[in-house]
Design a protein around this ligand. Structure first.
Ligand code: NAG
Ligand code: NAG
Length: 833
């Protein structure tokens, strides 16, 4: 074998492991450059005086370059210089091949922010501690344990798997186990703060090949900091083995991988690598984290991470698509909502919220129109027992769902990432808690912003999967940007804008029926938290795509922010879509709806005509006058053509001053016009914030009607426009990314309500005893999770020496840690940081 072949094989081996060399951010700068095919990375490196470090994981044409540490973004500067010179002297230059440049800024290590205390005045509703288990249920439980040879000492406490007290409030999985469906040959990766692969409960199922530590740049994602316990707990819920240790995972024969990213600052480059790490082998990525749930943060993943996720849904799992599961977030009591988090409102993630063992909505679990389903977690005085008995929050719900999806993949490994969403949606069971509002959707499902389509029923989901006919590929229709530029009246009335989508448009776009709907919008406002937005479909299903957030005082409004809804699943999409933007507070803070862009995603009519979505671009939403590349490729119709051509001729790059130029309806009926505004405000002044009461008065004649119709016969103009567009788009891509700067926060797993002291103390003790000190104590009590007074009292008497607390814990000194009305939040002392 030639030496060069050997070398390239070695190179491949290194590359296939993701992070090849530990990146030394202390002494170097790193740039990720997206290059076109015309120039090699080596040419670019030598031109810029950087060192080429290799491709960024599997992301084609994305390369990592290293430079000596320097404050300035040297690549950006050189690109700008080159542009200036190009205007004067022209010629060619390797820099012309750079489509995107992103200087990596590792985010500072963040303290894990504690879950907010219970809001004052919210009563603690505890489940009846004395309620005895049903003897029939206990008998069934015993039979299951005997038949399956389950000897795990805390299985009896794992009510989320089998609940003998609140009958029916569990994930209904034992019937599947009895059929041999236990997650065999399925793989879940826990993207988190590490995974204790040496614990006796995880060792048998640990999947080393799919694991990586992006914080320490090695192959072993073992927990290292004293508070690296979160990932191990999540992993236990999925894949704790059936043995004599602790309990079992919901998919106890599945493989479990650990991808460690949360323990130190990392750049977008590493996060992108993590999100697609070994995506042919890791099938499901379970993510119990996200931007802060403080009720004022509004953050989305950076472009490299977005691209990684899009690529994973197209190429991961042999083209079936990686399945991402995200916890909805724990900020409900801060008024937070999962549509303000760009991970949970991505169409590529299944967002999972929580329901507690009494069937109630836990006060922390965030609501939103992007939430697909919920599953069991902490609340009403109890939590999830996955070796450690105080696991909870939406952090515990996501892995439970991921484990159930692993059961589905055992039976049907051929299902796509969208099939998984269909199955979850279709088999979820609505929950009647007497509080949540439910709407009946167009396809006869119940949807609630509190619980999505309801709780996952493992048995029902796998049963349906067995005979599921796979859906056709994805297709999409993007409306042009709808330019509104109208003030939003303060108060309940709001500003309504209607867009009509015709059957022909969807046919031309190859869209048969809807799945996700997204709305990208620009709203100027001096107090962002005052705003709310509803999206109403042609069949009058209402999505609260944005809600007012009392703590969000940002003066920035919404900037190209994309909201998402799953409530319109199965609709045809044909008809009038309305958005209503409200300024809910009369406080002198005012704003204006600038423009928005409706995107209907769904199943293709003709699979042969379907194409993969082009990689997202950081400036996808900049060209407010241009139909996006993606649409051009999807709908090769006069509609897109006419619009694109018109727009390009208009004012393609100017963000603030966008001409209101929508193609007129061919028949000459109404079209968008600024004069419609007063009428709209008048019309909607009769609307109230309750959708029920304004629906009847919601008339076509009363709202602004912006008819979006395609002009026919503009194909040649389109071609011309397309050329200009690509030229403009390419130039624009050279700009630097301004969105790769965001922070992470663990969605912490506990709520500050009292646990059932008797049970917890007993279980915790037993669990520890069983481990015999062999388990990494990620599973153990004693950490940030330990904030239950009565629980602690109990614990002390069992296992801790008096005064132990003060040695292990410090009472939080940050405002974040202000104690709630009942319990002091505590946080662990820093580990070896
Ligand atoms: C739960 O699983 C059983 C089989 O074990 C099945 O008969 C039942 O329909 C499932 N769902 C519910 C809600 O009970
Ligand atoms: C296990 O899964 C892999 C890929 O996911 C597949 O190729 C293989 O056939 C499966 N094996 C079994 C026994 O199902």
């Amino acid at each position: 074998m030639k030496i060069s072949t050997l070398l390239s094989l070695a190179g491949l081996a290194v590359l296939s492991h993701g992070a090849q060399v530990p990146r030394d951010y202390a002494n170097n700068d790193y740039y990720v450059l997206h290059l076109d095919r015309s120039t090699s990375p080596e040419q670019v490196a030598s031109r810029l005086g950087l060192r080429h470090e290799g491709q960024l994981s599997e992301l084609e044409h994305h390369h990592v370059f290293r430079a000596p540490k320097f404050d300035e973004d040297v690549v950006k500067r050189q690109i700008q210089e080159r542009k200036r010179r190009k205007r004067d002297v022209g010629g060619s230059d390797p820099l012309d091949s750079i489509l995107l440049s992103s200087k990596q800024k590792p985010r500072m290590h963040l303290e894990k922010r504690m879950i907010p205390p219970r809001p004052e005045g919210l009563p603690v509703v505890r489940r009846q501690e004395a309620a005895p288990p049903s003897s029939a249920a206990l008998q069934k439980q015993a039979e299951v344990m005997k038949t399956l040879d389950i000897a795990d000492p805390i299985f009896n406490e794992q009510w989320h798997l089998f609940n003998p007290v609140e009958i029916g409030h569990d994930v209904n999985v034992t019937g599947l186990w009895l059929e041999g469906i236990t997650g065999k040959n399925s793989t879940v990766a826990i993207v988190d703060d590490g995974l204790d692969m040496n614990s006796n409960d995880l060792k048998p199922n640990y999947f080393a090949e799919g694991s990586w530590d992006f914080n320490d740049a090695d192959a072993i994602p073992a927990p290292e900091l004293s508070d690296d316990r979160h990932g191990t707990r999540c992993a236990g819920e999925v894949s704790a083995a059936r043995n004599d240790v602790c309990g079992v995972g919901v998919a106890y024969d599945s493989r479990i991988a650990g991808i460690r990213i949360l323990s130190k600052a990392i750049g977008d480059a590493e996060e992108a690598e993590a999100m697609i790490f070994k995506y042919q082998d890791n099938q499901i990525y379970s993510c119990s984290w996200g931007p802060s749930d403080d009720g004022r943060t509004m953050e989305a993943p950076g472009i490299l991470i977005k691209r990684a996720m899009v690529q994973a849904t197209q190429k991961g799992r042999g083209g079936l698509g990686s399945v991402y599961v995200f916890a909805s977030g724990n900020g409900a009591s801060n008024g937070d909502n999962c549509n303000f988090d760009g991970y949970t409102n991505s169409i590529y993630s299944i967002t999972v919220g929580a329901v507690d063992r009494t069937g109630a909505h836990p006060y922390y679990s965030e609501l939103c129109s992007a939430q697909l389903v919920v599953t069991y977690s902490s609340g009403s005085g109890d939590a999830i027992n996955a070796c450690y008995s105080g696991h909870g929050g939406t952090s515990a719900a996501a892995p439970l769902a991921a484990g159930i999806f692993a059961l589905v993949l055992q039976v049907r490994p051929d299902l796509s990432w969208r099939d998984m969403q269909y199955l979850a949606m279709d088999t979820a069971v609505p929950i009647d808690d007497g509080v949540a509002e439910w709407q009946t959707t167009t396809i006869g499902k119940k949807f609630s912003h509190t619980f999505g389509y309801g709780k996952i029923d493992s048995y029902a989901m796998v049963e349906m999967a067995k005979t599921w006919e796979k859906v056709k590929p994805q297709a999409w229709y993007f409306s042009p940007w709808i330019h509104v530029k109208k003030n939003i009246p303060e108060g309940k009335d709001g500003l309504a804008v209607t867009v009509e989508v015709t059957a022909d448009m969807l046919k031309a776009a190859n869209v048969a029926r809807l799945e996700h709907v997204t709305v990208t919008m620009n709203v100027e406002h001096t107090r962002r938290g005052d705003l709310s937005v509803d999206l109403i479909s042609p069949s009058k299903v209402v999505s609260n795509i944005a809600v007012a957030r009392r703590l969000d005082t940002a003066g920035t409004g919404y900037k190209d922010w994309t909201f998402m809804s799953v409530a319109h699943w199965g609709e045809s999409g044909v008809g009038k879509w309305t958005i209503i933007v409200r300024d809910t507070e009369k406080n002198g803070n005012k704003g204006k709806l600038v423009d928005f862009h409706l995107k209907l995603w769904g199943e293709a009519i003709d699979a042969d005509k379907a194409k993969p979505l082009p990689m997202p671009d950081e400036h996808d939403d900049d060209d407010h006058n241009v139909i996006q590349t993606t649409t051009l490729q999807a709908s090769t119709t006069p509609i897109a053509a006419g619009t694109a051509a018109t727009s390009v001729k208009g004012n393609p790059s100017d963000h603030p001053e966008r001409p209101t130029k929508n193609p007129a309806k061919p028949s000459g009926t109404e079209k968008a016009s600024p004069s419609g505004t007063n009428e709209a405000q008048e019309a909607t002044s009769s609307a109230s914030s309750s959708w029920v009461s304004w629906l009847p008065s919601f008339g076509a004649s009363k709202t602004v009607q912006i008819w979006v119709y395609g002009a026919i016969g503009l194909i040649s103009a389109f071609c011309c426009g397309l050329g200009i567009y690509f030229w403009v788009a390419r130039r624009r891509r050279l700009r630097n990314d301004s969105r790769n700067n965001y922070e992470f926060e663990l969605i912490d797993e506990e709520e500050a309500e009292g646990l059932n002291p008797g049970e917890k103390g007993a279980v915790g003790k037993k669990a520890r005893r069983t481990r015999g000190g062999e388990l990494y104590d990620a599973f153990a009590e004693g950490s940030d999770d330990d904030q239950f007074e009565d629980y602690r009292d109990r614990e002390r008497s069992h296992t801790r020496l008096p005064g132990d607390d003060s040695e292990q814990y410090v009472v939080g000194d940050e405002s974040d840690d202000e104690s709630g009305d009942e319990k002091a939040e505590r946080k662990p002392l820093s580990g070896p940081r």
